[in-house]
Design a protein. Structure first.
Length: 284
């Protein structure tokens, strides 16, 4: 099951699926909500019926209908079929097409919000980043770890940090609020941030500075805009992991693990995420 945002296009009410019985429509919307970033829905028919709150027979009829050609479909690809079987579930055949449409709208909306943010005066949190007389213990520990190790995103582990930018190069102050907003936007079902205390600020500030430096595997970033682009890509990468977003399931009575922002920016966890330790489906 995906833990990412799923946009429901209003044009669905004009499609042939909207002419189907109520239970079939509910199953289709449920599958859209369950799909991961590759459009995969992992479930059995009884499990899907339970999620959709329909009878097993109704879910079975819906799946059969989605597997059939539809000559009246507005999308002629795959003869109008909506799904195909895969190991452990089904793939939504037109999911990638609509995801690209959704992502393009999201990029435009982000650009509008960013243009508005640039016109605002600096917040108190931005000023506090520039004037910080004494680092906290957690911050000092996180920054020391960042200086000692630099993750190599090729699955082979970590290596000593490579030479960074020149001392004269200025690293932009860590935009805590904007990174938290990106986290909420791209990982909406991960735990929301209620308290952003100094310990958490220290971990995020260390990771921000660490990735701003050129280290042989990353070009780094020297502006606020480029830094936010990097972190947007990072959170989008996290969203593709079933384990990090709770899609891998729990063990026994334990609920599935879901990463929060503090967990993601702790030194060891951050390095493992970048190395792909929690993305086995991407390596399959």
């Amino acid at each position: 099951m995906s833990r990412a945002f799923t946009k429901l296009f209003s044009s669905i009410t004009e499609s042939t699926v909207w002419c189907e019985p109520l239970a079939t429509r509910i199953v289709w919307i449920t599958m859209l909500a369950m799909a991961d970033r590759q459009g995969r829905v992992f479930a059995s028919i009884p499990g899907l019926a339970n999620r959709a709150r329909v009878e097993v027979e109704e879910a079975e009829q819906a799946i059969l209908r989605f597997l059939e050609p539809d000559r009246y479909s507005r999308t002629p690809d795959h003869e109008g079929r909506r799904i195909e079987p895969i190991d452990g579930g089904w793939r939504l055949l037109n999911y990638a097409k609509y995801r690209e449409m959704r992502d393009e709208e999201a990029r435009r909306e982000y650009q509008r919000e960013w243009d508005q943010t640039r016109r605002r005066r600096p917040t108190q949190s931005d000023k506090s980043d520039k004037i910080r007389p004494q680092p906290t213990q957690a911050e000092a520990e996180a920054e020391a770890e960042a200086e000692r190790l630099s993750p190599v995103p090729n699955g082979t582990g970590v290596s000593p940090a490579a030479p960074t930018t020149s001392p004269a190069a200025k690293i932009p102050a860590c935009p805590h609020e904007q990174i938290v907003e990106l986290y909420h936007e791209l990982l909406p079902t991960c735990p929301r941030i209620r308290e952003w205390n100094e310990t958490r600020r220290g971990y995020l500030r260390a990771r921000w500075r660490e990735k701003s430096k050129r280290n042989g595997t990353s070009q780094g970033y020297d502006t606020l805009e480029r830094g936010l682009v990097w972190w947007r890509k990072f959170f989008a990468y996290v969203a593709e992991s079933r384990f990090l977003t709770g899609g891998a399931g729990g063990h026994g009575d334990r609920p599935p693990f879901v990463a929060d922002l503090e967990w993601l920016v702790r030194p060891n966890n951050f390095a493992k995420v970048i190395e792909g330790k929690y993305h086995p489906e991407a390596r399959a």
